[in-house]
Write a protein that binds this ligand. Structure first.
Ligand code: DAK
Length: 256
């Protein structure tokens, strides 16, 4: 199942299939897509966290046994469904965090890469082992891994299938922080609280602007950034944020 728990403005989505290392079959991937689509439109969910049930795995990938039975059209639909999940995580107008509590392999690593931020437990293992199965990362990993790290490192992981530990992932910029396994969720919730205290409008526009950084036309993207910046001056949150600074107090953002 795909669990949903709400804590302090955060919606925690849990892939809960521990008997298969939280690998995603069609039922779970469809449920995940539905969940993410709901949360994208849910103003109460200020931050979305994606994690895995248990202590061993975040998501050990797409379900290999399910994929064995796919024909070409089935594989195409399968790829599109995974892309829909990745696109939701990457573009929903609020921060998304992957809490990597163990194996994040193949499709699991790809979903994590689609999130805005990644926190890893010290025992997390990341990688794109699809090459060992005679395929390639099909849910955006070949591109997002290169964007998150470097082209050369992405090629190394994708072409060799090598798995890396949390510390190497941190050195490479693949994750934002590493925590002890028992502290990962507390640290994730701490980050959620930090984010939930910001203006949700400013967060949404800031995410939209940063998402432009590695794509399209640079001049056009700069112009879009300027427009997004200007639009925030129509919000009460901008007035409040600047007033709070001038009055030496903490701002109280209302999302208006
Ligand atoms: N799929 C299905 N079952 C999996 C699984 C997976 N990805 N990962 C683990 N399991 C299952 C195991 O089969 C085992 O089930 P039983 O044998 O008990 O029934 C159970 O979970 C426990 O796993 P292990 O016994 O292997 O546990 P270990 O601790 O020894 O090893 C492991 C853990 C995570 C290192 C190992 O299970 C493993 O290597 N798993 C596979 C990891 C992997 O290769 N992941 C990438 C999957 S490929 C595409 C779209 C998407 C994709 C590709 C193309 N197109 C557009 C077409 C994406 C592909 C992938 O993600």
């Amino acid at each position: 199942m795909i669990g949903l728990e709400r804590r302090e403005g955060a919606a925690i989505v849990t892939v809960d299939r521990p008997e298969a290392m939280n690998a995603l079959d069609l039922e779970h991937l469809e449920a995940l897509r539905e969940r993410l689509a709901e949360l994208a439109a849910d103003a109460e969910a200020r931050v979305v966290v994606l994690t895995g049930a248990g202590e061993k795995a975040f998501v050990a990938g797409a379900d290999i046994k399910y994929m064995q039975g796919l024909d070409v059209l089935g594989a195409r639909r399968w790829g599109e469904l995974g892309h829909e999940c990745g696109n939701l995580l990457e573009t929903m107008p609020k921060p998304t965090i992957a809490a990597l509590n163990g194996f994040a392999l193949g499709g699991g690593c790809e979903l994590a890469l689609a999130c805005d931020l990644r926190l890893a437990s010290a025992n997390a293992r990341l990688g794109q082992p699809e090459i060992n199965l005679g395929v390639l990362p099909g849910w955006g990993g070949s591109l997002r891994l290169a964007r998150a790290t470097t082209l050369g490192f992405a090629k190394e992981l994708v072409l060799t299938g090598r798995q890396i530990g949390a510390e190497e992932a941190l050195e490479r910029g693949l994750v934002n922080a590493v925590h002890e396994p028992g502290e990962l969720m507390d640290k994730t919730l701490e980050l959620c609280r930090t984010l939930a205290a910001k203006s949700p409008l400013a967060l949404a526009y800031a995410k939209e602007a940063v998402n432009l950084a590695l794509q399209g036309d640079h001049r056009a993207n700069l112009a879009t950034e300027a427009r997004l910046f200007a639009m925030l001056f129509a919000t009460e949150d901008q007035t409040e944020g600047m007033a709070a600074f001038a009055e030496k107090r903490q701002p109280e953002f209302r999302g208006r």
